[in-house]
Design a protein around this ligand. Sequence first.
Ligand code: KIV
Length: 269
Amino acid sequence: MPEVTLTTLTTLNGLKAAGEKITMLTCYDATFAKVASEAGVEVLLVGDSLGMVLQGHDSTLPVSNDDMAYHTACVKRGNQGALILADLPFMAHATPELAFSNAAQLMRAGAHMVKIEGAAWLADTIRLLADRGVPVCAHMGLTPQTVNVLGGYKVQGRSEAQARQMRADAIALEQAGAAMLLLECVPSELAAEITQAVAIPVIGIGAGAATDGQVLVLHDMLGLSLTGRVPKFVKNFMDGQPNIHSALAAYVQAVKAVSFPADEHGFNA
Ligand code: KIV
């Protein structure tokens, strides 16, 4: 049997240092975990987007921590060496104590790192988790769990004041111990500035090509949609490909070659 190469946080930091792009995709089950990790996807994100693409809800809010633990355990069984990142869902990190017990459940289920949506207010929670052996990815910009506060799925950081705040928050979360940042729907120029300003890897979705890596929702990049609405930052990697294996390989190749995302997939301030 060929030896499986394990992707760790050290691997991701090394990729950032070397200027090589990091590949991440959402993943919710064992079969896709196997094919995506074999295609070279370095990080499998068990995203709470499963509430929309698997469960058919109109937002991620109904997803529970038990749902996340179940899918994380499924992904772990098929994974061939990728780093598994699991989302703390809506309200699972409403207090540091809740974050602590819910993150522990996800780590026990097979996650190597947890992702938390928020901004500078997360600093204490991130410190608590990081000090106790739970690496944290902070998800900033468009945070779908706060869609009702944001008034929709809108690009964040377009005004100078918002951009200044986001830069300061990113640095504060790195100082609190965040191991990675994820920026969703942020103007490309702002995402590039934040990527330069922090030493930890920054992954983008709808955040331009200058971040250290890219993520897409698996179903989106395979051209599958429940609603028919396809965000501007999505590319259908099934186009021109004979099967799912080659579509996943094409995604990895395009991110590594920096041919995805193109300008048309990004946003201006
Ligand atoms: O839940 C998810 O799939 C995510 C991605 C959109 C980054 O957080």
